[in-house]
Design a protein around this ligand. Structure first.
Ligand SMILES: *Cc1c(COP(=O)(O)O)cnc(C)c1O
Length: 393
């Protein structure tokens, strides 16, 4: 019983500190309007930025993929699990988002978490130095820990500080690692400056575009295309569970980098390949994203973003200046943030309260995540509720 009691004490401690997390059960597909725990709500919690997660064409693509290739891959990519669906998708991805390098190639993964562990550990081992933005996603942090490289954390987006660290480093292998869109702030990394520093110091530049792929840049080709970067040392990570509306991830880079990952990256080698039906659906989603429907959805999303920025400026709390679909409103303490989220929820508005350790202490926030599935009427409901709560608070 002592072991269980230790866990119970730990759970009670989380509770006292307002850090207990609770899952909601979605009864309908992920969408701006959905039923959660039996109640109809407007959801501002998902990363489904283009509203594609419930798109009929993608559901049909999964069904078609399953009919053609079956439900399971049956093995790892190197031992029989690599299907034609994965191979086709890799070629499409290299063509779609590999414009930053002369010989692009893509490698698909089951999740972005694993693609990040794979990339960081394969490119930076013992003796290497990783330079990591302070607000990077947990998967990049865990990759850095697993790599056994020396890790230097630079203050968020502070390229001066990073330049000084690079100047002072004599590591034989260096890699700069950053999110493109920071998931809890919505801000965009200074990619052009990071690319310059990487070139000057002979460092890899590993960028995680989980929140930019499909949304930013021409045709949704992502943050690197938006910044018009070019470099053979750029390693681009994108995920398919967010704007793409399916699941999985890919690394896109120079073909030599990809061959190295394929040969050496343990999170690639020692796991079952994702369902080929999912890969087939990601291909279908890329076609939507690159086409007229994608363009229309991105335009609507942009209008929603601008409208929300105006609204949040008028509340009594502190919005973070974000040009993306992630619009955070910093409240401060955990309890207060939770209370506001609960009151929004009572009004049928689902806005998650983000607390430490996901964000720094005393910066707990409501994370309003916009989707092309939202209407201006949804935003008006949110605005009215925030104004009311601000008057009462
Ligand atoms: C969501 C996310 C990941 C993880 O991707 P999954 O496919 O969900 O595992 C990695 N990096 C960032 C920045 C993310 O937001």
């Amino acid at each position: 019983m002592v072991l269980l009691d230790t866990l119970r004490e730990g759970l009670a401690d989380l509770d006292v500190r307002g850090l207990t997390r609770r899952r909601r059960v979605a009864d309908t597909p992920c969408a701006a309007h959905m039923t959660v725990d039996g109640r109809e709500i407007v959801g501002f919690a998902s990363n489904d930025y283009l509203g594609l997660a419930a798109h009929p064409r993608l559901a049909e693509a999964i069904a078609e993929g399953a009919r053609r290739y079956g439900s399971g891959s049956g093995g790892s990519h190197l031992l029989g699990g690599h299907s034609r669906a994965h191979a086709v998708l890799e070629d499409e991805l290299a063509a779609f988002a590999g414009g930053f390098v002369d010989a692009p190639r893509a490698l698909t993964f089951s999740t972005g978490y694993m693609s990040n562990l794979a990339t960081v550990t394969a490119l930076a081992g013992r003796g290497a130095t990783l330079f990591s933005d302070a607000l990077n996603h947990a998967s990049l942090i865990d990759g850095a820990r697993l790599s056994r490289a020396d890790v230097q954390i630079y203050p968020h987006a502070d390229t001066e500080a990073l330049a000084a660290m690079l100047d002072a480093s004599d590591a034989s292998v260096k890699a700069i690692v950053t999110d493109t869109v920071f998931s809890m702030d919505g801000s965009i990394a200074p990619l052009a400056r990071l690319a310059e520093l990487a070139e000057r110091h002979g460092a890899w530049l590993i960028v995680d575009d989980a929140h930019g792929f499909g949304v930013l840049g021409p045709q949704g080709r992502g943050a690197v295309a938006q910044a018009a970067l070019r470099s053979p040392h750029l390693v681009y990570l994108c995920t398919f569970g967010k704007a793409v509306g399916v699941a999985g991830a890919a690394v896109i880079a120079h073909e030599t980098v990809i061959e190295w990952l394929l040969q050496r990256a343990r999170p690639y080698i020692f796991t079952t390949a994702a369902s080929p039906a999912d890969a087939h659906a990601v291909s279908a989603s890329l076609a939507l994203i690159a086409g007229d429907e994608g363009r229309a959805r991105r335009q609507h999303l942009q209008a929603l973003i601008e409208h929300t920025r105006e609204t949040l400026r008028l509340t009594r709390w502190r919005p973070i200046d974000s040009p993306t679909a992630v619009q955070p409103l910093v409240i401060g303490g955990n309890e207060q943030t939770l209370a506001l989220a609960a009151r929004l929820e009572a009004e049928g508005l689902w806005v998650p309260a983000i607390r430490p350790p996901t964000v720094p202490v005393d910066t707990s926030r409501l994370r309003i995540s916009l989707s092309a599935g939202h209407t201006f009427a949804d935003l008006e409901r949110l605005r009215a509720a925030l104004v009311r709560m601000g008057e009462l608070a």
